[in-house]
Design a protein around this ligand. Structure first.
Ligand code: BGC
Length: 853
């Protein structure tokens, strides 16, 4: 270890001395970015020379991680270990940090320059924490709003993802930090993410799910990629020859490091032979016990291991990690400049969806009393849950952001509006108590041990213990009698462990016994005195019991001050949506808002017509129960630590809203094009036998999700079928108006040539604002079925009132191509194409025909 850190200590001393000299000379420290140098014969020679000094055992050691977040050091060649950090909304692994509007919020900005700026800030934050590998960006496609990690990813569109991720990666890597594009690939749900197989045809993969990874490699030159947990067409990502060898390292010529997701490796030999370079967080499978005999008997070639080590060495040498310290005095862990970037991201991403009667912007001089209500109003909800969760410096909530903007002379009335979740479980009046039966088996067979309880309230709902092989299952049986007629909220929660509930013999939680689900709630309409019979099955997966279930009338649920405050205020802001416990890695979320929130919005809207609703979440969600009762709706995504300031500035018109939906906003979950194919198909499970050296073999059941929605993801489905979601992809309101004119497209061009498309965008309103000009291509004469239109270009245009800007977008060959299954190549069918330009996938006022010869 002492030797290993020597190069650092030496170069730190020399940099320190150089800085001191600079300071003495009156120079100001400037961030010393130290972008990676390109590969060269000198670097190759150095990497090979280092490799030659290693024994086979030392090489194998280098391809496994240590201490959860580090590569392995090798003192024999003076190689220190290198540090990693998550990622999606801030450099979060090593203490408090700046939390940005990342992932889906970044996509909602549609601002490529900002993507680069954000990348640079993340790179600087990483350098400030001595981090060498940033474990982001995530670019999986938002196929369904249920995926608990959509908030970490970008959008439903491969082109938008690709165009945003390239400058982002360039920004991170320009700071001398390796970006890691993840999760490669088809990791589009959290439910059963370790075992599920995403079964997808090649055309769908090439056109929808892979372009952002491809662009990250071929255009962004990303130096690290992370394989996902799931299987793809029956083969785990970490040992998937097609993805790792044929595409990533073959066609795309990726020269960097391919690491596994944390514990996503299942077979050391297969992973070694199929492209995995680094098993994280530790070498459970790609280790000496497995690989030495495999190399000896020819199952794995030593040159295969050499290639992995060379990739690590080459990358580390290109970044100069062994010649310079990752931290130097130019980098600070807390930075005011970062706060400005966090605020800019939030301001650019907030997406105004409804503004009836121009209730917004609010006039601060007319507001004497404002009520700010809802579970997402305070504390600040900066991001979703899981490994990206950042402990933000000074997060600004919607409550504090608005109060700060309005100043001391305005009365601010705040209430959460709803009780804590545990209150619902404790306050539930089960009729005659709850029967709890503990079965001595994993499938509710055998003679149970039975007790009677007053409530179903597991210990610390939402908290998960370490996974264990729990040998028993628990069934709760209870009856509930409605005291009064009306709506009741039923709420169930286990902190991600499998459960199912039947109400009067009908399955409620779907799919039953599902692991990886957020708290579930439903609304029941009961008559006075009506009795319902509830059976809840719980399959504990860790120590302690976590299952909780409750039922409460909506009237009892809403806190009494909601009506008082809402009635007394000039205007009410209701902040609803998801948060870390309800939208998170490891869980799929609900489409409906979390429990009680629909009732809360209705209660507020009934008390005050001047109600503005803000939404927090990684995509669309159920709003139709109350949407026509409120005049304004603002989607805030997860806006990062400055979100509250941005919300205040947008609501009060200091900043014109400019976010555009990066996903189609569905009316209901059933409306989503993936809904009927989202869960694994019944009867198609396969078996997987995994042997970890020195441990008993484990058999896994592999459920298969068939992507029968194929290319028809999001707006591709809506525009092809001619149906409409609630709000279309690309949509977002502004306080000003824009017009598009003067479209210029050549009438004909050669297939494969670059086609320039130009047009004007004018701010026709009276305030400054930004429009996102979107260019879609339609291919009516294609010989195969294609989506009716596809995004192939966009530009964010910032305009003063009355100002016009001329925009030119160039369409390359890929813009007109589809993946031809017969020739396994991209293909253009000559003939008519239509170029459409406008401000959403459904609003394209400019169009022109183009013939490709
Ligand atoms: C996540 C990755 C993350 C890793 C390290 C995994 O559970 O899926 O996205 O980078 O943990 O924290």
């Amino acid at each position: 270890m002492k030797n290993a850190t020597k190069p650092f200590t030496q170069s730190f001393a020399s940099i320190g001395a150089a800085c001191l000299v600079s300071l003495l000379m009156g120079c100001v420290l400037a961030a010393s970015a130290q972008a990676p140098v390109p590969d060269s014969p000198a670097i190759e020679a150095k990497a090979h020379a280092l490799l030659a000094k290693l024994t086979l055992e030392q090489k194998i050691e280098l391809i496994g991680g240590v201490d959860s977040m580090f590569t392995h050091a090798e003192p024999a060649i003076g190689l220190p270990r290198f540090k990693m950090s998550d990622a999606s909304v801030g450099v979060r692994t090593w203490g408090p940090t700046t939390a940005y509007a990342g992932g889906v919020a970044l996509a909602a900005t549609w601002d490529k320059d900002f993507a680069r700026e954000l990348g640079e800030s993340l790179g600087k934050d990483a350098r400030a924490r001595n981090v060498n590998f940033l474990l982001g960006p995530g670019v999986n496609i938002a196929r369904s709003p249920l995926n608990g990690r959509n908030f970490e990813y970008l959008s439903e569109d491969p082109f938008l993802n690709a165009d945003m991720v390239v400058p982002y990666i360039e920004g991170v890597q320009s700071q001398g930090v390796i970006a890691t594009v993840k999760h490669y690939a088809l990791n589009d749900q959290e439910y059963n993410r370790h075992n599920v197989s995403s079964d997808v045809d090649e055309r769908t993969m090439r056109e929808i799910y892979l372009p952002a990874f491809e662009a990250a490699v071929t255009k962004g030159h990303v130096d690290s990629a992370m394989n996902s947990y799931n299987l793809i067409n029956g083969v785990h990502a970490t040992q998937n020859e097609f993805l790792n060898l044929k595409l990533l390292k073959g066609e795309w010529d990726f020269k960097g490091v391919l690491m596994s997701d944390w514990d996503a490796t299942y077979d050391g030999v297969a992973a070694a032979n199929n492209g995995l370079d680094l098993e994280m967080p530790s070498p459970r499978f790609m280790n000496a016990q497995t690989l030495l005999p495999a190399i000896k008997n020819g199952a794995v070639k030593e040159s295969t291991i050499d290639d992995k080590v060379l990739r690590l060495l080459r990358t580390e040498l290109r970044y100069g990690f062994t010649d310079r310290p990752q931290w130097d005095p130019a980098y600070s862990t807390y930075s005011v400049a970062d706060r400005a970037v966090a605020l800019q991201g939030a301001l650019e991403s907030l997406t105004l969806l409804k503004n009836e009667g121009h209730i917004l912007p609010l006039d601060p001089s007319k507001v004497k009393t404002i009520a700010i209500i809802g579970p997402d109003a305070f504390p600040a909800v900066t991001g979703g849950g899981g490994s990206s969760e950042a402990h933000a410096f000074e997060p600004v909530s919607t409550l504090t952001g608005i109060a700060n903007l309005l100043g001391p002379n305005v009365h601010v009335l705040y209430t959460r509006g709803l009780p804590e979740m545990t209150d619902v479980f404790r306050r539930t009046q089960w009729d005659g108590g709850v029967s709890k039966a503990i079965y001595p088996s994993k499938d509710f067979t055998g003679t149970p041990e039975t007790t009677t309880l007053r409530e179903i309230a597991g210990w610390q709902p939402g908290r998960r213990g370490p996974a264990q092989n729990v040998p028993h299952t628990i069934r709760y049986t209870a009856t509930f009698k409605a005291a009064t007629a009306g709506r009741y909220v039923m709420l169930a929660e286990t902190g991600g462990e499998p459960f199912s509930v039947q109400i009067d013999g009908k399955q409620w939680v779907m799919p039953p016994h599902a692991e990886g689900q957020a708290p579930q709630s439903t609304t029941l309409n009961l008559t006075a005195g009506q009795t319902i019979h509830v059976v809840a099955d719980y399959l504990p997966r860790s120590a302690g019991e976590r299952f909780s279930l409750g039922i409460i009338s909506e009237t009892d649920l809403i806190l009494p001050e909601v009506k008082q405050f809402a009635s007394a205020a000039d205007v009410v802001v209701v902040a609803v949506g998801f948060a870390t416990a309800t939208e998170s890695e490891g869980l799929d979320r609900t489409f409906d808002l979390p429990w009680g929130q629909d009732a809360l919005v209705e209660a507020v809207a009934a008390a005050n017509p001047h109600t503005v609703v803000t939404l927090t979440g990684g995509g669309g969600m159920g709003v139709t129960r109350w949407l026509d009762k409120v005049p304004a709706l603002l989607h805030t995504w997860y806006p990062g630590q400055e979100g509250g300031t941005a919300v205040a500035e947008v609501l009060f018109g200091t900043h014109d809203p400019e976010g555009k939906l990066p996903v189609s906003f569905d009316r209901s979950w059933e409306d989503n094009p993936s809904a009927k194919d989202y869960y694994p198909i019944k009867g198609a499970d396969t078996a997987l036998h995994v042997t970890e050296y020195g441990k008993p073999p484990v058999d896994y059941v592999i459920p298969h999700v068939k992507y029968e929605d194929k290319l028809m993801v999001g707006y591709r489905y809506w525009t092809t079928t001619g149906k409409h979601p609630l709000y279309p992809f690309g949509f977002g309101l502004s306080y000003t108006t824009f017009s598009f004119s003067k479209l210029s497209v050549p009438t004909a061009a050669a297939s494969g040539a670059t086609v320039p498309v130009s047009f004007d965008v004018t701010n026709t309103g009276s305030v400054a604002g930004a429009e996102v000009a979107q260019l879609y291509v339609s291919d009516p004469s294609a010989k195969v079925q294609r989506p009716e239109r596809e995004l192939k270009g966009f530009e964010k245009v910032r305009l003063a009132p009355g100002e016009t800007k001329h925009v030119t977008l160039n369409l390359d060959a890929r813009s007109f191509s589809y993946w031809d299954e017969a020739t396994h190549n991209w293909k253009i069918d000559p003939g008519k194409f239509v170029i459409l330009v406008g401000d959403s996938s459904e609003s394209t006022p400019l169009h022109a025909d183009l013939t490709l010869n």
